[in-house]
Design a binder for this molecule. Structure first.
Ligand code: ADP
Ligand code: MG
Length: 568
């Protein structure tokens, strides 16, 4: 008997489902897009258990006939296109006819749909891809699609789901994106019966912006717009200063479709290049509108990627539109002057940077045993400073050069690690608590990690749905925009895994604090200060490297000097 056999249709469907439905938020996206395609003006999204237990989307759109409802659940069935040419003229979100089938293959689906108020509705239930019940029912005009026990028949997928809070934050983010792009539709998002987000109909687009991204975004983001032939660019871009450590504040839409597109992403970054330090990212909502034939949306089953027929034109138009707004804005000179020196951290903290030593597993010394590399610090004889950056120490035995900033960062990191081990990072109470306004998904993530943030020195208390009171901040950053640091830390939570790597996450946070906490403009050090720095560096567990791996000092012994001058 040969070894090759055909897969059963059930397996084929599950494989296909993997591409469309990677997590609950993807299901929400598909169902809401279907509702919008059906002309809904009101969409209600109900979630239980972070979406793993239940996702229910109810719309007041055109509904389906019983036959259509049955067909809709099969693979490659759609009412949106009928020929390959149609692909280049799609104005709807859907067209592949895959989503419902894919979702039904990996969950228990129930659809209730009704085409006209007053006429009977139709109900259909599917489990693991096969219909097991259907019939007439009462129903209001529109459609409800209910997805229960997602991945109940795909244990591997189930295992990869993160905590309900994390999944919910992805869902909230997805709904925020959809709401931003569809301001003629009213959205409500519920979790466990509680209203989490409401996007009412508002005459002003900027009101929705604040609802989706927080009040601060509403104030610090500004409208831009431009037309270039058939291409229309519009959106909101944040002032420099309202920037972030990660690129998650960049929301891109092509013909109202949320996309992840490198070209657009690059164009947005490019527009800000003269204004933001390299490791910072702007906050931008970008809408690109162009004729359907000028863009291919059929690049990937999740429809998150696109191909432009004229990529250069798009790139230029986006950079131009955002730059013009940035250049005209009155706040610009101030921001441009303030920025560069505010972040002098060399090496730069990058969230992708994973420190090699994980401090929570116990500290290991890289200090050479016996003949210590730091011995030169003793018997100091002379001291000098080069470009307010390098310290020079001379002694009978040679010269030691120290990178002032790298050394300081190393010392700060170890201080923080020690505090963290002992109990928690040392805090400074704020006389007047600060208000922190977050997006819904951030707020969700923060709620889940309140005790963790507290261990890091940030004491928060929930004030409203997505506002928090900041009552204490880590001493180490108290003097330098602690809320910005806090926001960076919060930004990282959404990329966190489960319990298992919590140590690594803490370690990341401690590095971030150390980096931000040792932001010192280059300055002259008096010799006492310099010697105190040497001494503290000497007491470090790993004195030789800064947290980013650069050397903190370089030693040239008298013997080395002899060699260099060819005395031997
Ligand atoms: P696609 O959206 O790519 O066409 P789907 O599997 O998402 O594929 O949906 C299949 C079909 O089911 C759609 O083409 C549409 O006709 C119908 N449908 C799905 N959801 C709804 C809804 N909420 N209201 C009305 N019709 C719907
Ligand atoms: Mg669809």
């Amino acid at each position: 008997m040969g070894k090759i056999r055909a897969l059963t249709s059930e397996v084929i469907a599950q494989i296909a489902a993997g591409e469309v439905v990677e997590r609950p938020a993807a299901v929400v996206k598909e169902l809401v897009e279907n509702a919008i395609d059906a002309g809904a003006r009101e969409i209600k999204i109900e979630i239980r258990g972070g979406g793993a237990k239940l996702i229910r989307v109810t719309d007041n759109g055109e509904g389906m006939s019983p036959d259509d409802a049955r067909l809709a659940l099969e693979r490659h069935t759609t009412s949106k296109i009928s020929s390959a040419e149609d692909l280049f003229a799609v104005r709807t979100f859907g067209f592949r006819g895959e989503a419902l089938a894919a979702i039904a293959a990996v969950s228990k689906v129930r659809i209730v749909t009704c085409r006209e108020a007053g006429s009977p509705g139709f109900e259909i239930r599917v489990e693991g891809g096969s219909i097991f019940q259907s019939g007439e029912t009462a129903g209001a005009k529109g459609t409800t699609v209910e997805v229960q026990d997602l991945f109940f028949n795909v244990p591997v997928r189930l295992k990869f789901l993160k905590s309900p809070g994390t999944e919910l934050s992805h869902i909230a983010d997805t709904v925020a994106r959809l709401a931003l792009a569809n301001d003629s539709v009213r959205f409500q998002l519920f979790h466990e019966g509680r209203l989490l987000a409401h996007y009412p109909l508002r005459p002003q687009g900027s009101a929705r912006l604040a609802e989706a991204m927080g009040r601060e975004a509403g104030e610090k983001m500004h409208r831009f717009g431009a037309r270039n032939g058939a291409v229309e660019i519009s959106g909101y871009a944040g002032e420099p200063g309202f920037d972030r450590a990660n690129p998650r504040g960049i929301y891109l839409f092509v013909n109202r479709r949320p996309v992840r597109d490198r070209l657009l992403h690059h164009a947005v970054q490019e527009a800000y290049r003269p204004l933001l330090p390299k490791e910072r990212n702007p906050v931008v909502v970008l809408f690109v509108e162009l004729p359907p034939e000028a863009v291919d949306v059929n690049v990937h089953p999740s429809k998150g990627e696109v191909k432009f027929v004229d990529p250069d034109l798009i790139h230029r138009s986006v950079v131009g539109a955002i730059r013009r707004m940035l250049e005209e804005s009155p706040w610009l000179p101030k921001a441009a002057i303030l920025r560069p020196e505010a972040r002098e951290c060399e090496g730069g903290y990058s969230p992708a940077f994973v420190p090699e030593e994980i401090p929570l597993k116990g500290l290991e010394s890289d200090r050479p045993q016996g003949d210590s590399a730091l011995d030169l610090f003793r018997g100091k004889a002379g001291y000098g400073q080069i470009r307010q950056t390098y310290l020079v120490l001379t002694s009978e035995e040679g010269i030691t050069l120290i990178d002032q900033h790298a050394a300081h960062e190393r010392i700060t990191l170890e201080k923080l690690q020690e505090q963290f081990f002992e109990k928690e990072i040392r805090k400074q109470l704020l006389m007047v608590p600060e208000i922190l306004e977050l997006s819904l998904s951030e707020a969700q993530a923060v709620l889940e990690h309140l005790p963790d943030l507290d261990r890091m020195g940030f004491s928060l208390e929930q004030g409203g749905e997505r506002t928090f009171w900041v009552r204490a901040v880590p001493e180490i950053v108290a003097g330098q925009e602690p809320l910005l640091v806090l926001k960076e830390m919060i930004g990282e939570i959404s990329s966190w895994g489960r319990e298992a790597d919590l140590n690594r996450q803490f370690s990341n946070w401690i590095h971030l604090l150390a980096c931000r906490g040792s932001v010192r403009a280059s300055r002259n050090l008096r010799s006492e200060e310099a010697f105190s720095l040497f001494e503290q560096l000497q007491n470090c567990v790993s004195p030789a490297r800064c947290p980013h791996g650069r050397p903190t000092f370089i030693k040239i012994s008298a013997d080395d000097l002899d060699k260099m001058f060819q005395r031997k």
